[in-house]
Design a protein around this ligand. Structure first.
Ligand SMILES: Cc1ncc(COP(=O)(O)O)c(C=O)c1O
Length: 376
């Protein structure tokens, strides 16, 4: 990977040491150009059309799915709400999640009207043990709702093993992949995931406003979505009639049935370009580099005697490293004053480099932390 060349497409590197991709990524230059070009075409030639199928196809490739299993959605939270509202919850049913989740993974099941028990598997020093999933999941479990990578400490969950436990009990696995897709290799078929949702604005390097949802092929036809619109019906409903056929709802047989209307055009064209950057760089190369940079962070922070909240084992971590300090907000602010961008999360500092960051930038960050801690 020619990192110097790649960095030419990331203008942020000229001004900041940006290690905050678990929050919102800076836009690569080609993404901005695609958005500008769309706006230019729209203002000079009229509305430019969107190739929605291209977006579905590219995202499907990234996660090892088929394009017919992909719906374009506004964001992760919407996708997880769609999934939660499709399922039935008989009396006594439960949904299993963990105590490390972002609200998007849990709130959809806390609605009183669903009347479903939510079980929280507790983390043990930042990891969720499979034996604790085994204890929590039973034959009344309708779904396991979980992040692939946890937002605060960066734990990478073993989706394949969790899916296996869920399926043995007839439960589905619903995955929030916003902290992994774009940074890690993810094969939804290999892991046997049922539903997955993500947005493009973190590790996928796109703008906010567009996300994707994966629904396993054999589940698609089983569900009638709660929200419906013209984006979710069979194309012939529109093509073969002068007026829309509004007397019956003929839902698409693929995952488009979960789409309601067109995505935001600017976000969509930016996302397509971002997907092309990720795919042409190669997700395996990206993952290797992200793990190398986070591995270097872990080594340096440990050598400084700092306490990590992130599991150290390579198979349990991803692009996020979190370490505790006395006042994380102050440390993050002081780093920001030095143009080093990270976040404060869970009483710690969360650092999240992407593949275009360098070991030199990690070194700049480490030296700055040393300076701040020495002075305090
Ligand atoms: C794990 C996780 N899920 C969901 C979200 C929010 O996603 P969206 O804005 O796509 O709804 C975040 C944002 O930080 C997150 O970290």
């Amino acid at each position: 990977m020619d990192v110097a060349k790649i960095r030419e497409d990331f203008p942020i590197v000229e001004r900041k040491t940006f290690l905050n991709h678990a929050a919102t990524s800076p836009l690569p230059r080609p993404v901005v150009e695609a958005i500008n070009e769309y706006m230019e075409r729209s203002s000079t030639l009229g509305t430019a059309s969107l190739d929605l199928e291209e977006g579905r196809r590219l995202f499907a490739r990234l996660i090892g799915a088929r394009p017919r299993e992909i719906a374009i959605i506004p964001n992760t939270s919407t996708g997880l709400n769609i999934a939660a509202n499709l399922l039935d919850y008989p009396p006594g049913a439960n949904v299993v999640t963990t105590d490390l989740e972002y609200p998007a993974v849990v709130y959809p099941w806390l609605r009183r009207s669903l009347n479903v028990e939510v079980r929280y598997v507790r983390n043990v020093r930042g990891t969720i043990r499979l034996e604790d999933f085994e204890k929590a999941i039973d034959d009344r479990t309708v779904a396991v709702a979980i992040s692939h990578v946890e937002y605060a400490n960066g734990l990478r969950n073993d989706l394949k093993a969790i899916a296996q436990i869920a399926h043995e009990h007839g439960a589905l696995i619903i995955v929030d992949a916003i902290q992994s897709v774009g940074a890690l290799h993810l094969d939804v078929k290999g892991c046997d995931v049922d539903f997955l949702a993500t947005s493009s604005y973190k590790w996928m390097l796109g703008p906010p406003g567009v996300g994707f949802m994966y629904v396993k092929d054999d589940l698609i036809g089983r569900f009638e979505p709660t929200f419906v619109g013209c984006a979710g019906v069979k194309p012939e409903v529109f093509e073969t009639t002068a007026l829309w056929n509004n007397r019956e709802l003929i839902l698409s047989e693929d995952a488009r049935r979960f789409e309601v209307s067109e995505p935001g055009a600017l976000s969509f064209v930016g996302t397509v370009t971002a997907l092309k950057i990720i795919l042409s760089t190669g997700i395996d190369l990206i993952e290797r580099r992200v793990l190398k940079l986070t591995g270097r962070l872990i080594d340096e922070l440990t050598a400084m005697g700092l306490r990590l909240q992130t599991p150290e084992k390579e198979e349990q971590r991803a692009g996020i490293v979190n370490f505790t300090v006395e006042s994380p907000e102050d440390v993050v602010r002081m780093l920001g004053d030095a143009d080093i961008i990270v976040s404060a999360r869970a009483q710690g500092v969360r650092v999240s480099p992407h593949f275009y960051n360098t070991e030199e930038e990690i070194e700049v960050f480490i030296e700055a932390v040393k300076g701040i801690l020495k002075a305090s």
